[in-house]
Write a protein that binds this ligand. Structure first.
Ligand SMILES: C[S@@+](CC[C@H](N)C(=O)[O-])C[C@H]1O[C@@H](n2cnc3c(N)ncnc32)[C@H](O)[C@@H]1O
Length: 296
């Protein structure tokens, strides 16, 4: 009996690991406030039913909320939760489950701090009777509190050609902080950018989708979690992806010297993730131990 309890404690403290199993169950084994950043792309409602299942759009919020509660429990107060998701089309119109989920997560105590738009810049053209090719997805940024860790300088981009012409002749307004006329709370001081090589990015992330899909039909590019990991964590911090798929978030965390924790329900994707991370032997041992724990 004691041996089983000590195994559970070990499991709780483990990082740089992928748990093969249901996210809701695995999250319950993690201690409170042990994670600095969650980046995840859960199964989209009813999509890819034939590969890894799907949740009916009408049941999506109900399905996600217990997971949201666990994510809030395991995230440190200064941490961030980035949810990559997109509403699907049902009966010719966009379903509202993502919007309903945002409202429900706010009621659960999350702050809807920001929304980033992932623009898939390599999408090919397409046309349907009532729409064009979908080439963007939401990356919704939730936090537990207003003050959270954010390292904006880590994601700066070259200032770009606009600066040469725009900053050549500055107007009177350009030389001072110009507050928004519609009281949006946003303002700008154009003269701040004179002589600078680097600028802050916008909340639109132009990143190509993963074309060589590495044995998984819905991977996001490594650049996507990398961007958020740089922005919201420091070296040695812990990054969690409860719907790990082929392990992209963990690969990004590993590249950047962060620790990772992942879960994935399908064993074939766990194997794929292990291969990408170079932890095949380690993961095999963990799977055996997990089975021991499940049978206890
Ligand atoms: C959109 S994919 C994530 C892909 C991932 N971002 C990548 O780059 O490979 C969602 C993943 O969640 C997994 N999944 C679905 N239900 C799950 C559950 N209850 N617990 C853990 N993983 C689950 C699916 O098998 C699928 O691999």
């Amino acid at each position: 009996m004691n041996a089983d309890i000590s195994y559970l404690n070990n499991l709780r403290l483990q990082t740089d690991v992928i748990h093969c199993g249901d996210a809701a169950r695995i999250l319950r084994t993690l201690p409170d406030e042990c994670v600095d950043l969650i980046v995840t792309s859960p199964p989209y409602a009813d999509s890819r039913k034939h590969t890894y299942g799907g949740i009916h759009p009408d049941q999506y919020v109900e399905w996600f909320l217990p997971i949201g509660a666990e994510l809030k429990r395991v995230l440190k107060p200064t941490g961030s939760f980035v949810l990559n998701i997109k509403e699907r089309v049902v009966n010719g119109e966009r379903h509202t489950y993502v919007l309903e989920l945002i409202i429900a997560l706010r009621k659960q105590g999350w702050l809807w701090t920001e929304e980033y738009c992932w623009h898939k810049k390599n999408c090919y053209p397409g046309k349907w009777p009532n729409r064009f090719r979908d080439s963007w997805e939401r990356c919704i940024h939730f936090t537990r509190q207003k003050h959270f860790k954010m390292f904006q300088d880590t994601v700066m981009v070259p200032t770009g050609d606009w600066a040469q012409s725009r900053l050549k002749r500055l107007s009177k307004t350009d030389l001072q902080r110009d507050e928004s006329k519609v009281e949006s709370g946003f303002g700008k001081n154009i003269s701040n950018w004179v002589g600078r090589d680097m600028a802050y990015p916008t909340n639109v992330l132009n990143m190509a989708t993963e074309c060589s899909n590495r044995g998984h039909s819905a991977t996001f590019p490594v650049a996507l979690p990398e961007w958020f990991i740089k922005l919201f964590t420091e070296h040695g911090d812990v990054v969690l992806d409860p719907f790990m798929g082929s392990g992209t978030t963990a690969v990004a965390a590993q590249h950047l010297g962060r620790k990772y924790i992942g879960s994935e329900v399908l064993e074939e994707y766990c194997r794929l993730a292990e291969e990408r991370l170079g932890i095949a032997g380690k993961q095999l041992r963990l799977l055996q131990e997990t089975k021991k724990y499940e049978n206890a």
